[in-house]
Design a protein around this ligand. Structure first.
Ligand code: NAD
Length: 388
């Protein structure tokens, strides 16, 4: 079987790992971004962010000619390929709902390309979008711009991504499961065949379902993981009040129960990053729109908000008044092995420490350049002594 040519729209963590993954298995991949600086780096084989094991594979993909990154040429990327993964960003709005403007733009550009194309093409939404987005937003845009019919002239699927930053490439090539939300059987068959060819004998368990169910699976999964984190933090907060109670032992013993499992039971500062906070908020906002209040997730979010401030309270218990105290922060990014500062837990901690008059020095093995920008823009406090 001839390998289909693949286009990838949006070349962030998900887009780049998808593009490099397919290119590393011999597919020809055209990526498209609006960010010229990012494209220049990628075309030189330099990842635009820190992600273990990506550098060599990206370099190989570029050097072998299997991957090229275009700037602002979505139509060209779609026209010259057989299947498109759309992995553009879906950031939070201030009310917690997701901003779909990038999905709208990329769908419009994809539709314009489909207008010029006679061959069958499948569009796959990989970005995290709330239920109904692919059917009610993406499909009408594609049909309007292409003047073609979804399901007959072109295909449409929603296949959420479950990678974890820090092991993003590993997760892309060794996924726990594949979810294919399909508009119609032919679209689903085309995508499933691609995944089967890509993973070969190691094809993960594959769930084929409706577009909305696939969209919800992603939110349900991330909300469950966020819930585990807020749950164990609640237990940790009780442990603080019980003499000799140790949350680590509680978590280890709980994790041995197969029904619970050991992962995501590390008590700490709470969850951060570009996904959990955004996805929990988006599901709450989405449900509110449907007239259903997600009280469980509201609590998960509220526990997560107060958890980092507990670290500052501990400092005060140990050191008294923090004015003029020198405090070091080790580790800045939202987790190890990434330089992503989105919703990093140290941001509220540093802001609070500075507010209390402490002098803060911080170190991170990979995130310092991004942390400097991020702390400058996120901090509402006037300039204070912060050395990173
Ligand atoms: N980062 C993760 O760990 C992760 C995991 C699973 C799912 N997701 C989801 O995948 C999506 C992408 O996440 P990410 O972290 O890779 O995002 P990101 O912010 O790192 O990258 C998104 C990229 O899309 C580009 N873009 C925006 N509009 C475009 C357009 N019209 N054409 C081409 N490029 C465009 C942006 O310039 C940006 O580089 C989001 O919906 C996210 O929720 C992320």
């Amino acid at each position: 079987m001839k390998k289909p040519n693949i286009s990838v729209l949006g070349i962030g963590y998900v887009g780049l790992c998808t593009a490099v993954g397919f290119a590393s298995r011999g597919y020809n991949v055209l990526a498209s971004t609006h960010d010229a600086e990012k494209a220049v780096k990628i075309n030189k084989g330099i990842p635009p962010f820190h992600e273990p094991n990506l550098q060599n594979l990206l370099k190989e993909a570029i050097d072998s000619g299997h991957l090229t990154c275009l700037v602002g040429e979505t139509e060209k990327a779609v026209l010259q390929t057989d299947l498109t993964f759309d992995a553009v960003g879906t950031p939070s709005r201030t009310d917690g709902s997701i901003d779909l403007q990038f999905i709208e733009t990329s769908s419009r550009d994809t539709g314009k390309a489909l207008y010029q194309k006679s061959a069958y093409h499948v569009v796959v939404i990989k970005s995290t979008v709330v239920p109904g987005t692919t059917q009610d937003l993406v499909k009408p845009i594609l049909e309007k711009e292409s003047e073609k019919k979804c399901g007959t002239d072109f295909g449409l699927c929603m296949s959420p991504e479950f990678l974890r930053q820090g092991s993003a490439f590993e997760d892309t090539i060794h996924s726990d499961r594949i979810v294919i939300g399909e508009h119609d059987k032919k679209s689903g068959d085309t995508l499933e065949n691609l995944y089967k060819d890509f993973y070969g004998k190691n094809t993960p368990p594959t769930i084929r379902t409706t577009l909305s169910t696939a969209e919800l699976i992603k939110y349900a999964s991330n909300s469950m993981l966020a819930t585990k984190i807020s749950f164990i933090n609640t237990i940790a907060n009780i442990c603080e009040k019980i003499p000799e109670a140790d949350v680590k032992v509680v978590a280890t013993a709980m994790g041995l129960d197969k029904r619970i499992g050991p992962l995501f039971l590390n008590a700490g500062l709470g969850y951060g990053g570009s996904c959990f906070p955004k996805d929990v908020k988006a599901l709450i906002a989405y449900a509110k729109n449907l007239g259903y209040r997600l009280k469980l997730l509201e609590s998960v979010e509220s526990i997560n908000k107060t958890q980092p401030i507990k670290a500052v309270q501990f400092c005060k218990e140990l050191l008294g008044n923090l004015k003029g105290k020198n405090i070091a922060i080790l580790g800045l990014a939202f987790k190890a092995d990434t330089d992503d500062m989105r919703e990093a837990r140290v941001i509220p901690i540093i802001n609070q420490l500075l507010k209390e008059g402490a002098r803060v020095s911080a170190y991170d093995p990979v995130a310092i350049p991004i942390a400097k920008q991020s702390l400058q823009t996120k901090s509402n406090t006037p300039p204070q002594p912060l050395n990173a």
